[in-house]
Design a protein around this ligand. Structure first.
Ligand code: ZN
Length: 404
């Protein structure tokens, strides 16, 4: 067990944990688990508190229906595209005062474009607007753009001298990729804010070509924990500095769990596991305090015709082939062992017509798990170059894997 963001529990921290334990004990489905668990006196003793998973938290929230002490109680959701929506609650302000205190990508002189889409109860758009209220800058709510909107809006960015722009990496990747291919230059842009997915390394190259003065600033969290940690341009993109009110623990098998110590937090988040794995590292930015390196989800393995496929590894391997801008896997479930794996490719501007065939040969000829299946049954693998990958219309996120 390794904990970040505090070295010992204060009386206020213990009181918060005690309140959350009371909340969880009042949930019939969880009462047995938390019976006899008392608030830990020390960080080490936190190990005796059971971990929660997503289902546990949803059960607790359904029972408790939390309310803010003052102002509105906002309900947001995550998921919904690959499973049932997961709910989370937050008070007015969405906890952004603390984020602003510790993380300053925006100041009063900025002109910021919010590129997270609003609506369908997704929190990112609103959260960033609450942050902007603290920064006191000029802000414009654009949301995610569709392909035919890129050129006029990129021109708008240039004429309005937009200095900051934010969105999910999937959205940013498409916008900056297009801007680079079209020769757009945004010399005034200096901050690119991101939240919602891992950073896409291709963005480093595209942003350098389009907006040489711009640097990336990230927030890390979830609808259940809200913003847990932030990073700056000097940090590695997968490495994070937790906020003081967020207790982050790396436990067995490197699973990360989160405990929210802010007494105003509405979700009962106590040793809550999102499924992400992590490691404690020293950040490249020079901050001497230990930092959290997020390794990604541990549930990236699927079984295809009896062979294990590591989805993130296959995506990374295919995406690194010349001419491939980005890749996505689609499993078509046809029953009776007849499943087909389709690999969708977005091509770079300089790729040629032979791309799909070359990627196919690479996959079939590699030591990758099901290669043997593809050799015996060529119809079980399809590789297609497409105009756009399959995304979530609500969030603009593009999942690595789609099951059809
Ligand atoms: Zn750092």
């Amino acid at each position: 067990m390794f904990l970040l963001s505090t070295t010992e529990l204060t009386e206020a921290n213990r009181s918060r944990i005690s309140t959350v334990l009371d909340t969880l004990r009042a949930v019939p489905a969880l009462a047995d688990r938390y019976e006899g668990v008392s608030a830990p006196d020390t960080l080490a003793a936190l190990e005796t508190v059971p971990v929660m998973n997503k289902d546990d938290l949803q059960v607790a929230l359904a029972h408790q229906r939390p309310r803010a002490r003052s102002g509105a109680t906002w309900v947001f959701q995550s998921g919904g595209s690959t499973g049932a929506p997961q709910l989370g609650y937050a008070p007015t302000g969405l906890y952004m005062a603390e984020v602003y205190e510790h993380w300053r990508p925006l100041g009063p002189d900025d002109s910021f474009v919010n590129g997270w889409s609003a609506g369908k109860m997704w929190g990112a758009h609103f959260l960033v607007n609450c942050y902007v209220d603290h920064a006191g800058c000029i802000a414009m709510n654009l949301g995610a753009m569709s392909k035919d909107e890129y050129d006029p809006w990129l021109e708008f960015f240039a004429t309005r001298k937009v200095t900051a722009y934010g969105g999910t990496p999937s959205v940013l990747r498409l916008v900056f990729g297009h801007a680079r291919d079209a020769g757009v230059k945004l010399p005034d842009l200096r901050s690119v804010l991101w939240l919602g997915e891992a950073w896409d390394p291709q963005l480093d190259e595209d942003i350098a070509a389009v907006a040489p003065n711009a640097r990336r600033w990230g927030m890390f969290g979830s609808t259940e924990t809200w913003v847990v940690a932030t990073n700056t341009p000097e940090c590695a993109a997968d490495t994070w500095h937790p906020l003081p009110s967020q207790l982050v623990n790396v436990g067995e098998e490197e699973f990360i769990d989160f405990t929210c110590l802010n007494p105003d937090v509405l979700n009962p988040v106590l040793r809550y596991r999102t499924g992400d794995a992590g490691q404690i590292v020293t950040c490249a930015c020079g901050d001497p305090r230990p930092a959290l390196k997020v390794l990604g989800r541990r549930d990236g393995l699927i079984k295809f015709r009896g062979h294990l496929v590591n989805v993130p590894d296959l995506i990374a391997d295919v995406s690194a082939r010349p001419g491939v801008a980005r890749a996505q896997l689609v499993v078509h479930e046809r029953g009776e062992g007849g499943n087909v794996l389709e690999v969708l490719l977005l091509a770079t501007a300089d790729s040629d017509h032979g791309l799909a065939e070359r990627v196919r040969e690479h996959i079939v000829g590699s030591a990758f798990g099901p290669s043997i299946v593809f050799q015996r049954n060529p119809h079980s693998l399809e590789v297609s170059v497409v105009e756009s990958l399959i995304g979530n219309d609500r969030t603009g996120k593009i999942p690595n894997l789609v099951i059809r």
